[in-house]
Design a protein around this ligand. Structure first.
Ligand code: GLA
Length: 413
């Protein structure tokens, strides 16, 4: 009898390994039973490059490319179909259908194909009546759609916020989150509500990431106005992330939108964009044509030292330490008492930067760590140039190109 009770207790303990303990000692509902996105998710999405031109050939060829070009090896495993995959109408039973012209083989066959490449397949819907592209949304079909996605073996859902009049975002997203969890399939849930209702305050436990802003576009620092909304340049989005770092962590990430690397900015701008997204613990969802990439673009997207900053298990976003004359210094705490330090030059022209470690002190109120450059010496490694730059005993002096970064890893000597 005692033996049986012991076994039951152990089983309960294991079951509750993912429960959250409330202040009164009781356990609440398990919040992240799937253990998804314990580091920011990595993959690709069709929207930034293909928008309404996505089809099954593009998805298959993208999977083929990613399986062999170094992207999968670098950690990019999700191949995500964005808006316009849907047929114009649901079937008479209300089931969502794929556009038969764009996806003639159907989504299950496509998922099988993508899985055969060792990758995962993502899909898109919207909490409202229609998607942003005007196709059927999931409102009032949440359970049915989640079951359909699970029956197709879908691994990821991006869930948009167009045509959502009358809905409360926390309720609408929880509804789909619950529907996905009820399928029993681990489907990563990526909220795309653009930040209007501050999802960082309520979406932990509902999804693994939430968009913090409106849409990005391939520009370093200018926005592109449309009637009623704007698309943002990379630096504008970066500025909006500064107050949000405390809300992110393993399994619940701020999403400053998908990558525009390879979509038209200069090489240094792409490098700066990618570096900052890595430092922000952003989901790394590439948005360029994978079948046709310049070597310089692939080099940026697959740099293992920079990706390691993003995938560091500590999961704490970088903090903005200083900003003056278009030069910003950012610090990110890393495991093993290491730090990343980044100098971002937002000016179009090169700048000389001098940083005297001993007169600087960085305090991170999330990890409760501080640099003690007066008593601790760190070795400095330039992560893009793959060069050692001495130690923090002597000031750092460097020229940083316009719209570029210097990013170093500080390791205790
Ligand atoms: C919104 C989203 C984008 C993209 C489009 C698709 O604008 O924010 O990321 O999904 O819809 O229509």
């Amino acid at each position: 009898m005692k033996m049986i009770r012991l076994t039951v207790n152990v089983a309960l303990l294991l079951l509750c390994a993912s429960c959250v303990t409330m202040p009164d000692g009781k356990n609440s509902e398990p919040r992240k039973p799937e253990g998804l996105a314990m580091t920011p998710q990595m993959g690709w999405n069709s929207w930034n490059k293909f928008a309404g031109q996505v089809n099954e050939r593009v998805i298959r060829e993208t999977a083929d490319a990613m399986a062999t070009n170094g992207m999968k090896a670098a950690g990019y495993i999700y191949v995500n179909i964005d808006d316009t995959w849907e047929a114009r109408q649901r079937d008479p039973q209300g089931n969502i259908l794929a556009d038969p012209t764009k996806f003639p083989s159907g989504m299950k066959a496509l998922a099988d194909y993508v899985h055969s490449k060792g990758l995962k397949l993502g899909i898109y819907s919207d909490a409202g009546t229609r998607t942003c592209g005007g196709l059927p949304g999931s409102r009032d079909h949440e359970v049915q759609d989640a079951q359909t996605y699970a029956s197709w073996d879908i691994d990821y859902l991006k869930y948009d916020w167009c045509n959502s009049q009358g809905l409360q975002a926390p309720d609408a997203y929880k509804k789909m989150s619950d529907a996905l969890k009820a399928t029993g399939r681990p489907i990563l849930f990526s909220l795309c509500e653009w930040g209007g209702s501050k999802p960082w305050l309520w979406a932990n436990g509902i999804g693994q990431s939430w968009r913090t802003t409106g849409d990005i576009y391939a520009n370093f620092d200018k926005n592109r106005p449309h009637s009623g909304y704007s698309e943002y340049g990379v630096m504008e989005i970066l500025d909006m992330q500064v107050p949000l770092r405390k809300y992110a962590g393993p399994g619940h990430w701020n999403d400053p939108d998908m990558l525009e690397v390879g979509n038209g900015m200069s090489e240094s701008e792409d490098r700066a964009h990618f570096t900052m997204w890595c430092l922000l613990d952003a989901p790394l969802i590439s948005g360029n044509d994978q079948r046709n990439m310049k070597p310089a673009t692939l080099k940026i997207l697959t740099d293992k030292d920079i990706i390691a900053l993003n995938q560091d298990p500590l999961g704490i976003e970088a903090l903005k330490y200083s900003a003056k004359d278009g030069i910003e210094v950012w610090f990110k705490p890393l495991t093993h008492d290491a730090w990343a330090m980044c100098v971002l030059n937002r000016n179009p022209d090169p700048k000389h930067v001098s940083f005297d470690w001993k007169s600087e002190k960085v305090t991170d109120d999330i990890s409760n760590r501080e640099t003690k450059f007066d008593t601790t010496t760190y070795r400095i490694r330039d992560l893009w140039k793959k060069q050692d730059l001495g130690t923090t005993k002597t000031p750092l002096n460097a020229d940083v190109q316009g719209h570029d970064v210097l990013v170093v890893r500080l390791t205790k000597s």
